[in-house]
Write a protein that binds this ligand. Sequence first.
Ligand code: AKG
Length: 267
Amino acid sequence: MSLTTEQLAQYKQEGFVALSEFFTADEVAVMQAELERVCQQGLAYNVATDGDGKTPSTSQSNLQICPLSPKSEVFRALPFAAKIRSTVGQLLGDAFMLQLDQIFLKPGGIGAGTGWHQDNHYFASANPEQGLGMWVALNDATVANGTMHIIPGSHTTRREHTRDMGSNHHVTCHVDEEAEEVRPIELPAGGVLFFNYGIAHCTKANQTDKARAGLALHFVQEAHKDAVRAGLADRPVLSGPNYVAGRDVYDRTMEGEWEALVGTRLV
Ligand SMILES: O=C(O)CCC(=O)C(=O)O
């Protein structure tokens, strides 16, 4: 999968690029079925709080599964998908690794958003260009159900962050939604948004009666792995001279597993 010159230029200048057709319907079906399985096992926890940063909310729900790959063989295989490795390589350069994987699920009606933030506040790369988020719409993501919103070009300025009192562990930064250009990214299920670690982004409340989920994969250039805050010892290298198809972390070759899995699950 090759990004166009315009898409690469947009990523460089504005810090993001959205691709509405990235995963096939079959791939989306596999991800949705696996999300359901993980939820049925009780592995999604509500991070929304009642305004004090700690009391679990009984009226709002922002369900998070993080990290994801230890809980799911299916999602463990996903970052090795050839099209992910190829597309991320075009944006980040040749040698990169997985930094984090997680899902945010917003139940219908009571689904809460995730406040404005820049991911680099968590990851602390010396330069936010060293990493990117890949946000995958696991259901059609619309303004009504609180899709991802971003501030184009915000990756060049670091913002102050404070604890988000609507969540039990998140941080948030100030965005003046009247004065700044807030861009909602609407995507069909299977569409993706790639964004620089410095892009200010948030999701909004789900005002529909159907659940909406987003999968977030984060990748960092391998050369900077020692500088970032989160421990990367158990994260696979995904490209470059140290790439060993997943055997650095797992007991088998992961390359090709996603494609095989999608093929066999749907037979
Ligand atoms: O889906 C969400 O609510 C938040 C996602 C997010 O912040 C991210 O992917 O970095």
